[in-house]
Design a protein around this ligand. Structure first.
Ligand code: SF4
Length: 588
């Protein structure tokens, strides 16, 4: 069931719970180049994009939105446009006259760039800033009302004002309050054409913030529609999985009326991914299945024994903790004792001839009838249907070292959650997914299971991609890393680029990945510009940020430590910086 929201008209499109989820993307071309912008917008529209966002750094770019819009209309494209504004209320007011929607960022609409230093505000100072915000934003809404322009209040984790930071810190609660300050002005002035987004490059923060905001709006009697997205998701498989985990989880919960998948790729490449996510996460979720803090610690991975033939799948930290194997398959017998081996129940006797500590996987119905009874040690019980979870099953598991393996017919977020609730959180739970390899199957799995791990509802993940054990293992790692519960590899976050981008972002991402991919445990951000990049890097350990004219600024956390490094020297400079900070190690 979708969360009920108001209808917001954006040109010929309506964003609302009463409508299908709207998919959108954003240009990464220079806003002053009308022809190039129009051509890219058309590629997005023809891929299925229903809203196109364009950055407007200043008044002259905001003025040029008029030309872009007119040219698009002249060529027969009626898709609405949205302007993206930071640090420039004047540009927002100009853009509101020409395009159907304007996105403003509460962190910098009237507030100056956060300094992270002025963190003590008196009551009076705090109130004075709020009054100023109210007056400037009300002026802007008056223009929007006059031109029938919708507004997106787009809060980013990386760009909260000093005022908000002083009371809430850089937290989901701070993101919510930053948004509420603006929403209260909308409500008080009866301006209802408002969409909201709360984004972060960290899926956990983004999901927590959106859930808190929904709760807060409910308390204050508001029901504005929501735009979902994970910022700086990156590119390729990593970017897709991170987006699927963050956006998929909320769509599955019935939240979200428009989405953007931010990839560091051509913007039109985002649209099929966004459409697929909407199709995968059906909104008819069971009402009342609420999220909660779970019990699980660091989740483990179960892999099928086929990965044992893949040498690089079984090294160090990235190795799966459990292997499911046939008793007759000799490969598992040489595994170190620390790896738990699971075999089918009927092969358990045979397997125990080779190793004492082997665990059986027992079907729930057999377990209820006594299979495995009288045996000591850990056993795995596979549940395929909700009806199997009854008093007999719970009674049979009492006092035993049981781990439930949930393996419903369909890979379905709600089916897993319902089963976990029925089991009552008493025993560890493994989410099992069995799917054939086909287009978009990775997205589907990430969208349906990522949120379960984020909420710590499950203890293990076991993905079987028929015939593709290595891919399945890689996907398991990727989902757990995107859910923020394990870290297997360097995490790269990169913005999708826009009209502000100051260098070839895709090349920069590729170079940085090549040089630093072997450094597990680090988070490195590659950002297109120094205006928003540093703020939006979130909690990255290091930042590589385009500074214009072939130069790059380097950051350690939020602190700029090297300025205007020539691009050709920037990789080496980042390497030295990482070494100086004690985080460098040579590739093996
Ligand atoms: S950080 Fe990237 S997407 Fe954001 S404004 Fe700068 S260049 Fe554009």
């Amino acid at each position: 069931m979708r969360r009920k929201t108001l209808s917001v008209r954006v040109g010929n499109t309506v964003i609302s719970s009463g409508q299908p989820v709207v998919v959108q993307s954003m240009l990464n071309t220079s806003t002053m180049d009308t022809e190039v912008c129009v051509n890219q917008a058309i590629r997005i529209i023809e891929a299925g994009g229903q809203l196109v966002r364009i950055t407007a750094q200043g008044v002259k770019e905001a003025e040029n939105l008029k030309n872009i819009r007119e040219e698009l209309r002249r060529r027969g494209y009626e898709t609405p446009l949205s302007a993206d504004i930071h640090f420039n209320p004047e540009a927002a007011s100009v853009a509101a006259r020409y395009v159907e929607k304007v996105r403003i960022n509460p962190g910098n609409f009237v507030d100056k760039r956060a300094t992270f230093q002025n963190l003590t505000y008196t009551e009076e100072e705090y109130r004075a800033e709020l009054a100023y915000l109210r007056s400037k934003f009300t002026d802007f809404l008056t223009i929007c009302r006059q031109y029938h322009t919708a507004v997106r209040i787009g809060t980013n984790h990386g760009s909260l004002s000093d005022r908000i930071m002083s009371r809430y810190g850089n937290t989901p609660a701070g993101m919510v309050e930053a948004t509420m300050e603006y929403l209260r002005v909308c409500r008080d002035t009866d301006f209802n054409d408002v969409v909201i987004s709360l984004k972060s490059s960290d899926c956990r923060i983004m999901i927590t913030a959106v859930r808190l905001l929904v709760e807060q709006m409910q308390k204050e009697g508001m029901n504005y529609p929501l735009h979902l997205g994970v910022t700086e998701a990156g590119e390729g498989e990593d970017g897709r999985i991170r987006s699927a985990v963050g956006i998929g989880c909320l769509l599955n919960e019935g939240v979200g009326d428009t989405i953007r998948v931010s990839l560091t790729e051509a913007p039109e490449a985002e649209i099929p991914v966004a459409r697929e996510l909407v199709a995968l996460c059906r909104p008819d979720f069971e009402a009342g299945v609420a999220w909660q803090e779970g019990k699980a610690g660091k989740p483990f991975i179960v892999a099928d024994s086929d990965v044992l033939g893949e040498a690089d799948c079984f090294v160090g930290e990235a190795a799966p903790e459990m292997i499911f194997a046939e008793a007759g398959d000799a490969k598992w017998r040489v595994l170190p004792d620390g790896v738990t081996v699971i075999v089918p129940w009927e092969q358990w006797e045979e397997a125990r001839r080779y190793r004492a500590a082997v665990c059986p996987l027992i079907p729930a119905d057999g377990f209820k009838k006594g299979a495995g009874c009288g045996e000591k040690g850990r056993i795995f019980v596979e549940v395929n249907r909700e009806e199997q979870i009854d008093a007999d099953l719970l009674a049979a598991s009492e006092g035993r070292e049981v781990t439930f393996v949930l393996s419903p017919q369909e890979t379905d977020y709600h089916a897993y959650r319902r089963m976990i609730r029925l089991l009552g959180y008493a025993c560890p739970v493994i989410i099992r997914v069995k799917e054939p390899v086909r287009e978009n199957v990775h997205l589907k799995i990430a969208a349906h299971v990522g949120g379960i791990f984020m909420d710590k509802w499950a203890d293990g993940l076991w993905i079987t991609l028929i015939g593709e054990a290595k891919q399945a293992l890689e996907l398991s790692r990727n989902i757990l890393q995107s859910a923020g519960v394990r870290r297997y590899k360097t995490e790269f976050v990169s913005c999708p680029g826009c009209g502000r981008t100051l260098y070839n972002l895709e090349d920069a991402v590729a170079k940085v990945k090549r040089a630093f991919a072997h450094l597990t445990r680090l988070k490195i951000a590659i950002m297109g510009c120094i205006v928003n990049g540093p703020g939006e890097m979130g909690d990255a350990d290091y930042g590589y940020v385009g500074a214009g004219n072939g130069k790059v600024n380097l950051y350690k956390g939020k602190q700029r430590v090297k300025t205007a490094v020539p691009e050709e020297e920037a990789i080496d400079a980042l390497k030295s910086l990482i070494a100086e900070c004690g985080d460098w190690k040579e590739p093996e």
